[in-house]
Every structure is written in structure tokens, then in C-alpha cells.
Design a protein around this ligand. Structure first.
Ligand SMILES: C[S@@+](CC[C@H](N)C(=O)[O-])C[C@H]1O[C@@H](n2cnc3c(N)ncnc32)[C@H](O)[C@@H]1O
Length: 550
């Protein structure tokens, strides 16, 4: 490494955020700090004559930071060619200019592989560990292929409908970006209401984030999905996104951009419930609300069924004799509006751990009443609602109980399993949540299906591997199966060389993930008849009927 690069490294070494506990350099952390014009980083770079000279330009007496130039240096292959980069560059995962593919300007999508199922929580100990690799970026032509409609398999019908009757809903298992882009063929402009309860990006919610799932990643993750959601919405439709203080203000700006400021309708403050015990401990104003952003597709055509809280539903503490009360944009915030979190009123039997088994729990399960309020404001019986962060299936349960149709996506096996058991109970007429209010006695039906996976299983194997030999075995399966990126020439890869051996285990995993052809994670509908993919006749027939082609 040249003296210049050595010097940059020495300067950066003064900030412990940029190095892992084992002393290795956290390139992405530095890059991220530079892009955000982090003042501590700028201060450091200004404090050294060489870095000041190289990365700052004096304009009218003011030092202006050249963040593009700095970013380029940080990501340049000559700078700190750590073992991973050296190995990766050697086999050509950099583009022809020698830049990382993932850093190149034509990148626009966060690779949708299990973005939310990152390992580990963000505990103190986790903060300094090495960056992980699950988020990747793709070039536009790859994005197009990735978002092609997918083949759907393993369908199973639940409920009471006869063989040919239309079902009330679909539950699609798989990555929601691919699931909703598959919906575009048939459902563009057809969805009346979308309710989304995405990961809040709290750093400690049920998904177990790690530090690589940072704000910009979260925003890209949401942007990719909201753009498709907008296309699916009907002209009179509405979308609600439930968040908390971690991301809501950034999400507001993002949604203004996607839906247009004129389509911003309300910022709903949902007061979670009364406070007791440890929740009161903070020496500050106690946090006690979520924010729900409500946008229309077209403000001039928005359908809104206004309704009032009837007297019999007022809170017990209500003193007024009013017959009814309008619903404000602060929910559960006055003496009439009774909408406490189900975590607080768990005795109601609505939480899945009460309704199903004690071990069944999905953090963040919402109350049926909350979602009923949203759905009823924008739909009539028979209309379709969409929720692609399905969780325990509250939106589906509400749709069934109120006669709406639904499409739900969920990627985690555990949550899919809970949702199916819950919905079967709903179909059998269970009486928690909004059942009594809606005279629910059971009935209804839905179809479960999955996005057909291909080398997704290889990706799963890479991530769950724990030993070198396993990785080698996976690599030879990858080469044999041909699911290897066309940017890579297997003849140039030697897993017995010292450079491979020198990589950390995590870098080895990251490397193999980089070799996988992301467009072969799932089977595209246009390839349904390709014998290589062995799609059964039954699955073909189902997929065609799903896309309305039979
Ligand atoms: C907060 S929970 C939703 C809870 C739900 N509203 C309820 O009442 O049960 C968010 C859900 O989104 C799912 N999820 C997150 N990212 C996803 C993705 N990329 N594709 C599909 N599902 C995803 C998670 O597995 C989780 O079950």
C-alpha cells in the first residue's frame, strides 16, 4: 500500500467506530459516515495536512469536503486491499473500471434476500462486529428480470368454498418485493386499501437487525416496495404505513416523493395505551405512540367512509352523554376512543399466544379493531385489501370477518404457520377481536402458495453453514447447478489457495453469496415450461390461473 493510503488509514484509526474489535477495518462504516458528512470524520480528515489537502478544497475561505473523491479512495481496490477485497477483485467481481459492482452508479435496488431476517440483535456487543452481507445492489437490467412475475407453487386451499368458487384471499409465502411485483400483472389499480406494518428499524425488534440494516438501507427497502404498492392501488384507494419515531419522519419524506405531497392525507397518532411499571421509568416524557402515515393514490378521487364511534363503544371513563363521537387523527387519545394495544389488553384473547399456543408470539401483532377502522374507511365488502408485512395475519382476519377479500405476503416460516392456524380458527368462527361486533360466525376461504424457489436454497445453506468444508461443498453444488453469476468464471476460483483460506468465515459466506446468480433465486413465470425447473403440472395450472391466463 502506498504511503498516502497508509496515512489515510492511520488517520481513520483515531476513530474507533471504523475498526472492529479484532482490528479489521470497517470500510462501509467509513463510507457511510462520509456520505452523511459525519462531523467527527470531517474533523479527523481536516486535522491531518495530507488528508486535508487531498479531500478538501478551499472556496472563499471555507474548506469544502470532496465526499465523492473520498468515497472513491475508500472503495478503490488499491486502498487497503483486505483479504476479501483482494480475493474478490482477483476473480473479477469488480466492473471493468476496477470499481466494486455494488458501488457503481447504475445500482438501484437493494437485493431482496431476507433483508429483514438478519442474524443477531443489535446488542452492544454486536455493534463492533464485522459488517454482514445480506444487502446487495443490482444493476437495472438485473432488476427488471428480478421483478418479473414468479411461478407459484405448493398451493393449498383452506376453508369452506367449493372446488371452483373464488376464494376470499391469498397468502403468499416469500419475499414481499417479488410477491408484490408478481401481483402487478393481475392487480394493478385493483387494490382499494393497503395496510403496512413494516419493521420499524428499532434495532431490537423481532427481526433482529444488525448494523448493516441502517437508515439508507431501510429507506431503499421501503422505496422499492412502496413504488410497486402505488401501482397496485386503485384510483380511489388509500395506503396506511404504521411506524414509530425511528423512521417515520424519513418515511414521510419518502412517501411525499412517491405519492406526491398532495396525496398526504393524515399523520395519525395512535396512543398505545395506559402506562404502568417499567414503562414509566424514563426520566423524560414517556414515549407512548406509533405514527400511521395515510396517503391517497389520488386526492381528488379518494374514497372515505366517514364514521363515528357509537355511544356503546365509548371508553368506560367517558362522562359525556353524547350519542356518538367523530374519530380524530389521534387514536385512543380521548375518553371516547377505545383502541388500546392488544399487548395491554391481552386478556381479550386476541394475541396469538392466547389464541393458539403459549410459544406462538409475533412481536408487533396489531389489534383487529385498529385495522378494521382503516379497512372500513376505504372499502366495501368484496373489495381487496393488501398487506405485505403479514405477521400473524391480523389484516387477513379482519378482512374475513368484514367480508373483504385479501392478499397477504409473509416470508418467515414461523409467522406463516401461525397465520394459517389463526385464519383456520377465524374460519371456524373464533370470537376474539372484532368478531362479536361484526356478528362473525365463521366461514370464508383462502389459498396459501409460495414463490417457487430455485437457488434460494443455496443461499439459505450458505447462511446457515458453520464450517469451511460445508462452504466448499456448497460451492461445488453451485458450480454444478449452473446457478453462478455470469460475471464469474469458475475456472479462476480456487478454494484451496491461501487467499481463500485467509478469509474470515463471514467473508467466505459473503463471497459465495456474491457468486450466486440473484436472478435464479426464484423461477420466473416466463420460464414455467422450462424442463430444467421441473414445475409440476398442478403448479403450472395454479400459476396460470393466478395470473388469469386460463
Ligand atoms: C411487525 S410484523 C407485522 C405484524 C402484523 N401487522 C400483525 O398484526 O401480526 C412485520 C412482518 O413482516 C414480515 N416481513 C418483513 N420483511 C419482509 C419481507 N421482505 N418479505 C416478506 N415479509 C416480510 C416479518 O416477517 C413480520 O412477520
Amino acid at each position: 500500500m502506498s504511503d498516502f493510503y497508509e496515512n489515510v488509514l492511520d488517520v481513520l484509526r483515531l476513530d474507533e467506530r471504523f475498526f472492529a474489535d479484532d482490528g479489521s477495518f470497517l470500510r462501509n462504516a467509513v463510507y457511510e459516515a462520509a456520505m452523511q458528512m459525519d462531523s467527527d470524520l470531517l474533523h479527523l480528515l481536516l486535522s491531518n495536512a495530507e488528508t486535508q489537502n487531498r479531500f478538501f478544497k478551499k472556496v472563499d475561505g471555507v474548506q469544502v469536503f470532496d465526499k465523492v473523491g473520498f468515497g472513491w479512495v475508500i472503495n478503490n481496490r488499491q486502498f487497503l486491499p483486505d483479504s476479501y477485497t483482494r480475493f474478490k477483485n482477483k476473480i473479477g467481481l469488480a466492473d471493468i473500471s476496477g470499481n466494486f459492482i455494488s458501488q457503481s452508479g447504475n445500482v438501484e435496488l437493494v437485493f431482496p434476500y431476507k433483508e429483514c431476517v438478519l442474524e443477531g440483535g443489535q446488542t452492544k456487543e454486536d455493534q463492533n462486529r464485522k459488517e454482514v452481507f445480506y444487502n446487495e445492489t443490482l444493476a437495472p437490467d438485473e432488476v427488471d428480470r428480478l421483478l418479473n412475475p414468479k411461478v407459484l407453487v405448493n398451493q393449498k386451499k383452506y376453508g369452506t368454498t367449493s372446488e371452483n368458487a373464488e376464494v376470499d384471499g391469498y397468502l403468499i409465502r416469500g419475499n414481499n418485493l417479488l410477491a408484490i411485483s408478481s401481483l402487478l400483472t393481475k392487480y394493478t389499480g385493483k387494490i382499494k386499501c393497503i395496510y403496512l406494518d413494516p419493521p420499524y428499524d428499532t434495532g431490537s425488534d423481532s427481526f433482529g437487525y444488525n448494523d448493516s440494516f441502517n437508515r439508507s438501507t431501510w429507506l431503499t427497502f421501503m422505496k422499492n416496495r412502496l413504488e410497486i404498492a402505488k401501482k397496485l392501488l386503485s384510483p380511489d384507494g388509500a395506503i396506511y404505513v404504521q411506524l414509530d419515531y425511528h423512521q417515520v419522519h424519513y418515511a414521510k419524506v419518502l412517501m411525499d416523493e412517491i405519492f406526491g405531497e398532495e396525496n398526504f392525507q393524515r399523520e395519525i397518532i395512535w396512543r398505545i395505551g395506559w402506562l404502568s411499571g417499567y414503562k414509566t421509568a424514563d426520566n423524560n416524557w414517556i414515549r407512548n405512540h406509533d405514527t400511521i402515515l395515510f396517503y391517497s393514490k389520488d386526492a381528488n378521487r379518494l374514497k372515505f367512509n366517514k364514521y363515528y364511534i357509537p355511544k356503546e363503544e365509548f371508553k368506560e371513563i367517558a362522562k359525556s352523554n353524547a350519542e356518538r363521537y367523530p374519530i380524530e387523527d389521534v387514536w385512543n387519545g380521548n375518553e371516547y376512543d377505545d383502541l388500546n394495544s392488544i399487548a395491554i389488553v391481552s386478556f381479550s384473547g386476541e394475541t396469538v399466544s392466547k389464541m393458539l399456543n403459549r410459544d406462538d408470539e409475533v412481536k408487533g401483532q396489531k389489534s383487529e379493531k385498529l385495522i378494521e377502522r382503516i379497512i372500513k374507511a376505504h372499502t366495501e365488502p368484496g373489495d381487496i385489501v393488501l398487506d405485505f408485512f403479514g405477521g400473524t395475519g391480523t389484516t387477513a382476519a379482519v378482512a374475513l370477518k368484514t367480508g373483504r377479500r385479501f392478499i397477504i405476503c409473509e416470508q418467515l416460516d414461523k409467522h406463516v404457520d401461525i397465520m394459517i392456524r389463526r385464519l383456520n380458527k377465524v374460519i371456524d368462527g373464533e370470537q376474539s377481536g372484532i368478531s362479536k361486533k361484526n356478528n362473525w360466525t365463521g366461514g370464508g376461504s383462502f389459498i396459501y402458495c409460495e414463490l417457487a424457489t430455485l437457488n434460494q436454497s443455496l443461499a439459505d445453506q450458505i447462511q446457515s453453514a458453520s464450517e469451511d468444508e460445508e462452504l466448499k461443498g456448497i460451492y461445488s453444488r453451485m458450480v454444478k447447478s449452473g446457478f453462478i453469476s455470469c460475471k464469474v468464471d469458475p475456472a479462476e476460483i480456487d478454494l484451496n489457495c491461501n487467499e481463500w483460506t485467509d478469509l474470515t468465515f463471514e467473508d467466505k459466506q459473503r463471497f459465495l453469496m456474491g457468486l450466486l446468480d440473484k436472478n435464479l433465486l426464484y423461477v420466473n413465470y416466463c420460464d414455467i415450461d422450462d424442463e430444467e425447473f421441473s414445475i409440476s403440472e398442478q403448479d403450472k395450472a395454479f400459476t396460470r390461473s393466478f395470473y388469469g391466463e386460463v
